[in-house]
Design a protein around this ligand. Structure first.
Ligand SMILES: *Cc1c(COP(=O)(O)O)cnc(C)c1O
Length: 592
């Protein structure tokens, strides 16, 4: 057979100039592995899934979290109790032979790594190394350091951060990886900079560093911050830092300007050692620049991994009409031309699957024709899960206007978050008081990946009511958008960018109080959402189409990872390259 002259040229992988090492305290790797708690871990997992799809050379480090986050149980009155989620790393991962050590208090702790190979759609592999201290050579306490995600007190947390940051950086080296970019996903991993600095010093005295040594580390590090409020940043007391990290390192960190108000601030540490830093939405970048005016902070808006979060019936529809969406999510823009009846059919099937799940979990049979709202996320008080219930009479009237209303809730409160737990109780209490033939409210237990996927694909409208400016980005509304589901949300985080009124959903107007914002929420339901839902299915289908076209094509990690790759990891002019690397870049599709 004759060679075709325009045979497609394929790059084996991204130009070979080393690898990115991505560090995150939590990563949602696989639905069967309880190694994440919420948004941060899901974002990390989606980032790695897209990096694998795109063939970006990247490896990741996290902790193994042998006891998981926690399994949530809710009793009849909404009191939460928790169970551990033990899992067996050898069921999913391969043990690496390499061992490294870290110093914690006055002990030497040995660390090993389990490798999970995450495979992209074309076979490219992103290895994830899960660090583990459960080894015979460690003491009982140290063996448990990698057990609980966000468990224990700040002493436990700082010790975990040593394992993640310093252990991870040393493990990368022990594994023989040629890392040229270290990406700290949130400040939890900031201590990796200290392992790199100490490696620069070549075993010399810890205090004997110069600005040149710092610069050597900075050239390799990038940092993503995720918290828009000062209290959200990881901080440790001087006493803790001296006791756990040692006095020489503490003195160095003080000299480097990483203490604020007498506390070691992990965000400041990460910023001090990064050549590039970003917030996770346009607004969040701005807020972060105001919080840390001495640093440049860019914005790369979050996304979600489209194939993970699009429900099967919607995937089938997209495969039929826009098959290129799997290769490049930008093609989802063409969803604008999907046939209305196909959109309605795909959504009806996703809704049916969700209602079947609700019935099997709770025995409650919901009506597939009735307008159904979804609200699911961590039960942190700033997310205001009970804003919808602020005026129960008005909510009941809306339910009557709509010919029925169904609201599905889910979310865990951190075991130590007493107000968060009270919030769940109050939602469940109000729900049982208000529930009638017209208004059905259900709170589902144990919000996790699988339930999240069903909820964000199966409801009709996604509700988000954070108190501004606490939501750095938020991602569950993006999952909904990829299924064509509009949001009704507070203008904070990603929604400032994603909201086109009446086209991708609706904005809850900013108010001076909870009551004012609840008023706007009710008003939008009464004047926009319910009338459109009742008017004609084709009109609703058109809203779903524009939601998918405008927001599905943008708020995905396929776009986001390309931005990280080109704006953060390998910016075109910033990287100083050896001639060999220069030659490798000559074939770079982005550089033409
Ligand atoms: C997507 C997701 C989150 C994050 O939701 P936000 O809207 O960003 O708060 C949390 N938990 C689970 C299980 C998720 O799937």
């Amino acid at each position: 057979m004759q060679e075709v002259s325009n045979k497609p040229f394929s790059y084996e992988s991204f130009p070979t100039c080393g690898t990115v090492a991505y560090f995150s305290m939590e990563i949602a790797i696989n639905p069967g592995m309880p190694t994440y708690s919420g948004g941060l871990g899901v974002l990390a997992g989606d980032t790695l899934r897209s990096a694998a799809d795109l063939g970006v050379p990247l490896v990741a480090f996290t902790l193994v979290h042998r006891k998981g986050y926690f399994q949530q149980h809710l009793n009849a009155v909404g009191e939460q109790s928790e169970d551990t989620q033990p899992w067996n790393p050898s069921d999913f991962c391969t043990e690496e032979a390499a061992r490294v050590t870290v110093g914690i208090e006055d002990r030497v702790v040995t660390v090993r790594a389990w490798r999970y190979d995450l495979e992209g759609r074309c076979g490219h592999i992103v290895p994830i190394y899960l660090l583990d201290t459960d080894l015979d050579e460690n003491s009982g306490w140290d063996r448990g350091l990698t057990d609980h995600l966000y468990g224990g007190d700040t002493n436990y947390r700082l010790q975990q951060e040593i394992v993640l940051g310093m252990g991870g950086a040393r493990m990368a080296s022990a594994l023989g990886l040629h890392v040229n970019v270290y990406h700290m996903n949130e400040g939890h991993a900031a201590l990796l900079t200290q392992a790199l600095l100490e490696s620069e010093l070549g075993g010399g005295p810890l205090e004997g560093f110069t600005e040149v040594d710092v610069e050597q580390v900075r050239r390799k590090c990038v940092f993503t911050t995720h918290t828009p409020v000062p209290a959200g940043h990881d901080r440790f007391s001087t006493e803790q830092t001296i006791r756990i990290l040692g006095s020489a390192r503490t003195a160095r960190l003080e000299k480097l300007g990483c203490f604020q108000d007498g506390l070691l601030n992990m965000t400041l540490l990460a910023l001090r050692f990064s050549r590039y830093a970003n917030g996770v939405a346009m607004q969040h970048g701005k807020v972060s620049r105001e919080m840390f005016p001495q640093y440049q902070v860019d914005s790369i808006t979050n996304g979600v991994h489209a194939p993970t979060w699009i429900a099967e019936p919607v995937r089938q529809m997209l495969d039929d009409h826009i098959p290129a969406w799997r290769r490049d999510n930008l093609y989802l823009r063409n969803a604008i031309e999907l046939p209305e009846k196909d959109v309605l059919y795909a959504h009806a099937r996703a809704k049916e699957a969700l209602l079947t799940e609700v019935a099997s979990r709770t025995g409650l049979v919901l009506n597939p024709r009735v307008l159904t709202l979804g609200f699911a996320r961590r039960a942190a008080t700033y997310k205001r899960a009970n804003l919808l219930f602020l005026d129960p009479d008005r909510l009941l009237k809306i339910a009557e206007q709509a010919g029925g209303l169904q609201i599905i809730y889910a979310g865990k409160a951190h075991p130590q978050d007493v107000p968060g737990k009270a919030l769940i109780r109050s939602v469940i209490e109000t729900a049982s008081k208000l529930s009638s033939d017209m208004l059905r409210v259900v709170y589902l237990e144990n919000y996790a990946w699988d339930l999240g996927a069903q909820l964000t694909a199966g409801v009709d409208v996604w509700i988000n009511t954070p108190r501004r400016p606490y939501e750095a980005s938020g991602t569950s509304g993006m999952k909904a958008a990829l299924n064509g589901i509009p949001s009704l949300s507070i203008l904070d985080g990603w929604w400032i960018e994603g909201c086109i009124e009446g086209v991708t959903g609706w904005a809850i107007e900013d108010g001076e109080s909870d009551a004012e914002e609840a008023g706007s929420l009710y008003h939008k339901l009464e004047s926009a959402v319910v009338p459109l839902y009742l008017e004609a299915p084709e009109k609703w289908a058109r809203l779903m189409r524009t939601t998918l076209a405008f927001n599905g094509s943008y708020f995905n990690t396929n776009r986001m990872v390309k931005q990280y790759t080109r704006n953060a990891y390998y910016p075109v002019k910033l990287v100083e390259r050896t001639p060999v690397e220069e030659a490798a870049f000559a074939g770079d599709p982005f550089e033409a």
